[in-house]
Structure formats: structure tokens, C-alpha cells
Design a protein around this ligand. Structure first.
Ligand SMILES: [Zn+2]
Ligand SMILES: [Zn+2]
Ligand SMILES: [Zn+2]
Ligand SMILES: [Zn+2]
Length: 493
């Protein structure tokens, strides 16, 4: 591990053990918001079939990628990449995948990822391939498995996957099926979802060094990707000795939901200041806004959400303390969420118009039953889907209204940590306002987009350049309008 420590300290980072938090990725020097902390390629990655990324060089290729003619799974940007990948290990993997494809047994992406990792590890060991400090097979073996926390059900599931995997993986790639169970457990809580700059999922990868960054609900760093390259960037000022944290879950979800997901997927109870304040009496009230129901007794209050499955449908207002039954609101919120998902499926199948109607019905339900506050997560989910449907159907003014209606929840969720999703929401709003000719509203939204995205994506990112370009056009147009207005008022005088 010495090579890793040396490499990390050259990046001004170290691994420290902290009480109750285990291994932590720690800064050795101050980092500024927007600054890159780490840029590393994955140990292995598997991309979704619609992803436009080369399997070898990880470059984004918008135009057609060449598909491997044997396995029909791997895709490359050029013949050179295809050749290099073949020599670099695809030959072995391709033989296995081609045979499985012929038997119509193509494994799911999670098992393809694992197969790739096992083949790579064996290759590194047998050939003594030069191994970079961040790419050592020992790092994969050292990933936290949470073995003791796994339920019996989960263990059975992992054992079945391991047996399947061992049936087509060369025997020299693993010690025992038991070893694969451990590796699968490690991967399920350490693999990262790879996204494109708009934060749409494109695949999954294992980044053992980035996996050392712990979770925080008020993170000071964000993980985004360039192709499959993982880029960890600071989103806040970081002092030397401070731990670098990212968020493992969606921060737009209320604390009760975040805590549940963290417990289920990563086996810990988040007791961070944000989670504590969100649920405590007299706390931030964040959970009441995001996940509660408007209080039936007072004007501004909302109920405090409870752990699920709930033992009772009684809820307490965070402001006036009034207690009442909210089971019908609970059911309505669930239906509204499900309707947004149906709308998303309709949009994907090309029927955005029907999707819009579904979302409008869901919003009607939300209004009638008062099952979400003005900044509530349910309302945000429905409005976001409505916006997507409207954009597909080219109904710009309805798209703008839905985008604006979703914003209050974004502002509550990302009040402390301004994540990429907040910046992207402002960018979408700015583009629609500009398209509708609302120049001053477009300038306002695009300035916010620029401010947030230049931190999360970095100043020179293509997306940030696009935002700046549109912003400068909108600003020029605004100056022009104002000059014309001034000239007019001089004439009037
Ligand atoms: Zn390539
Ligand atoms: Zn192939
Ligand atoms: Zn937390
Ligand atoms: Zn109340």
C-alpha cells in the first residue's frame, strides 16, 4: 500500500483512520470549491448499451461506436481502440461472453462488471502487468464487504450470483465461490454509478480509491465523470486535515429516506448534523418541507415524517405540535409518485402527451389531498417529470411552469450543498426562459446555473462553456433592451 500512500500524498491526500468512521480520505492542503481532488480511471467499468462511451479509451463518442462483432457487447471509438482492448484482455472476456450470448445467457451488467474484475486481477497477477498505485488488485480485495451486516436473504442471493459467475469464469481467476461472494458483497456497496455530465446514468464502475471517500449529507466534494474517468471535485473550502466526503444518496430526499437508504445499502445509521437537525423538534424543519404533509391545524406548519414502515398514521406538526391522522395523504403521495413513474414510461415509449396528462392528474391529486408542501419532494418529482414530458411535446411555456414549480424543493434540498442537479435545473430553466423570450428571467437563471456548475463540473467543462455562451447572449440582449428602453424614456421626456 506504500505506493498508494506515496501517490496520494503527491495529490495532497492521505488515508486516515478516524474513530467510528473507519478509513477516510483526508486533505493534506487546502482545496478551493471547483478544484479537482482526484482524477482516476476505474479498475473496471461496464457501460449501458445506450452509452456513447468507448470501452477502451473511455472517450465520449456521440457518433457511431464500432461494436465488437463477436460478443456484440463491447464498443469502441476506433479500430485502434478495438485492437488495443483485444490485446489488453478483451480476447478472454469476449470468448466467454460470445459463448454465453449464443446460449442466450448474457449475464446482467453487475455480473459482467465482476467478470471483468476477476479477469483483470488474474491478468495483473499472471503477467505481472505494470500496476498503477490506484489500480492494484489488493485494493479490490481490501474493499469493505460488511459481511457481518448481510441478511440471510442477501447472502443466499449473493451465493446464487457467485455460483452463476463461477460457472463461466476461468478457474484460475478466483480461489473459491466463497471468495466471489465476498467480492460481490464488496462491489454492491462500493461500485459507483457512472453518469454523463447531465447526471444521467451510463454505467457502473469500481474506483477503489474514490470508494475511500465517506458519505456526508453535507458533502464537501462531488463525484462526476469524464467518459468513465472519475473526477472528484471540491464543492466547499476544505482545510488541511479535513475529511473529503461525497453523498452516496439523493440529497433531495428527506432525512428519514436518506437514513433508510444508507442503512440498507451501506449499513450505517447517518447521524450527521443535517440529519439530526432535519428531524429534531425545533430543528431545520427541512424534513417537514421535503417529506411532510401540510398541517391541518396551522398555516405554515407541516408534519414531521416518520420512519417507514410506520407503526401509526398519526403525524405531528413541526410548528404547532398538532397531532392528526394523515393516512389518506400518505396513500395519495404514493399514488402521485407512481403516476410520475408511469408518465416517465409513457414518455420513453414516445407518448409524451399522455405523460403530460398523467402528471397533471398527479398534480391535481396533490392539490386536492394536500399530500405535499410547496417545496415537497413528491411535488418536485411530479413537476420534474411533467417538465420532461412538456419538453418532449415542445410545449415550452408549460415546461417553464413545471420547471419553476419544482425549484422550491431543489432550493430546500440543496440549500447547504449546491449539487450538480441544482445547477442543471437552473440551466434548463434558463434555456426555456430564453426560448420564450423572457430575457431577464433567462439571465437570472443562467447566472445561477453558471455559479453552481462551474464548481461541480469545473470552469473549463463543455457544459459550463455552453451555459456561459448562452448567458453572454442573454446579457447582451438584456443590455440592448435596456438601452432601447432608456432611449424611449428620454424621448418621452
Ligand atoms: Zn476509444
Ligand atoms: Zn467482444
Ligand atoms: Zn446524514
Ligand atoms: Zn401546525
Amino acid at each position: 500500500m506504500d505506493a498508494l500512500s506515496d501517490w496520494l500524498s503527491a495529490q495532497n491526500l492521505s488515508i486516515a483512520e478516524k474513530d467510528g468512521r473507519g478509513r477516510c480520505l483526508t486533505a493534506l492542503k487546502p482545496f478551493r470549491p471547483g478544484q479537482v481532488v482526484l482524477r482516476v480511471s476505474p479498475y473496471v467499468a461496464v457501460l449501458e448499451s445506450q452509452a456513447t462511451v468507448c470501452d477502451f479509451c473511455s472517450k465520449i463518442q456521440e457518433l457511431s461506436l464500432k461494436r465488437c462483432s463477436y460478443c456484440k457487447l463491447a464498443r469502441y471509438c476506433s479500430t485502434e481502440c478495438q485492437r488495443s482492448a483485444w490485446k489488453g484482455g478483451h480476447a478472454a472476456e469476449c470468448g466467454i461472453l460470445t459463448a454465453l450470448r449464443k446460449q442466450q445467457r448474457v449475464p446482467p451488467p453487475s455480473l459482467q462488471l465482476m467478470l471483468r474484475a476477476l479477469l483483470k486481477r488474474a491478468r495483473q497477477r499472471s503477467k505481472g502487468e505494470p500496476v498503477e498505485p490506484w489500480d492494484q488488485p489488493e485494493l479490490i480485495e481490501g474493499l469493505e464487504t460488511h459481511r457481518a451486516d448481510l441478511s440471510q436473504e442477501r447472502l443466499v442471493q449473493l451465493s446464487q450470483m457467485a455460483a452463476l459467475l463461477s460457472s463461466f469464469t476461468p478457474k484460475e481467476c478466483f480461489a473459491s465461490v466463497e471468495e466471489i461472494v465476498g467480492l460481490l458483497a464488496a462491489m454492491s456497496c462500493n461500485a459507483h454509478t457512472i453518469c454523463d455530465p447531465e447526471v444521467r446514468t451510463v454505467g457502473k464502475g469500481i474506483f477503489p480509491v474514490i470508494a475511500m471517500a465517506n458519505h456526508s449529507c453535507t458533502p464537501n466534494a462531488v463525484l462526476l465523470f469524464e467518459g468513465t474517468m472519475g473526477v472528484l471535485r471540491c464543492t466547499a473550502e476544505v482545510a488541511p486535515g479535513e475529511e473529503l466526503c461525497i453523498s452516496y444518496v439523493d440529497l433531495a430526499a428527506p432525512a428519514v429516506v436518506r437514513k433508510r437508504e444508507l442503512q440498507a445499502g451501506y449499513y450505517f445509521d447517518c447521524r450527521c448534523p443535517r440529519c439530526e437537525a432535519a428531524t429534531a423538534p425545533g430543528g431545520s424543519g427541512e424534513d417537514a418541507t421535503l417529506g411532510g404533509f401540510p398541517c391541518s391545524a396551522c398555516r405554515d406548519g407541516a408534519t414531521v415524517p416518520v420512519e417507514q414502515p410506520a407503526t401509526s398514521s398519526m403525524r405531528t406538526c413541526q410548528l404547532c405540535g398538532h397531532q392528526a391522522e394523515y393516512s389518506s395523504q400518505e396513500a395519495a403521495a404514493t399514488s402521485a409518485g407512481a403516476m410520475a413513474e408511469e408518465a416517465s414510461a409513457l414518455r420513453a415509449s414516445g407518448d409524451a402527451g399522455e405523460g403530460m396528462r398523467k402528471c397533471q392528474a398527479a398534480l391535481g391529486l396533490v392539490e386536492r389531498t394536500k399530500c405535499s408542501t410547496a417545496g415537497g419532494a413528491v411535488r418536485m418529482k411530479v413537476n420534474d417529470e411533467l417538465m420532461s414530458c412538456c419538453l418532449h411535446a415542445q410545449d415550452w411555456s408549460s415546461a417553464r411552469n413545471a420547471c419553476r414549480a419544482a425549484l422550491p424543493a431543489y432550493l430546500v434540498a440543496y440549500k447547504v450543498h449546491e449539487g450538480p442537479l441544482l445547477g442543471l435545473q437552473y440551466y434548463t430553466l434558463g434555456k426555456i426562459e430564453w426560448y420564450l423570450g423572457n430575457v431577464s428571467a433567462a439571465v437570472g437563471a443562467l447566472r445561477e446555473a453558471c455559479r453552481v456548475l462551474s464548481v461541480t463540473h469545473g470552469e473549463g467543462h463543455r457544459l459550463v462553456c455552453d451555459v456561459r455562451q448562452l448567458l453572454s447572449e442573454a446579457e447582451a440582449s438584456l443590455r440592448h433592451d435596456q438601452a432601447a428602453e432608456n432611449a424611449e424614456s428620454r424621448l418621452d421626456n
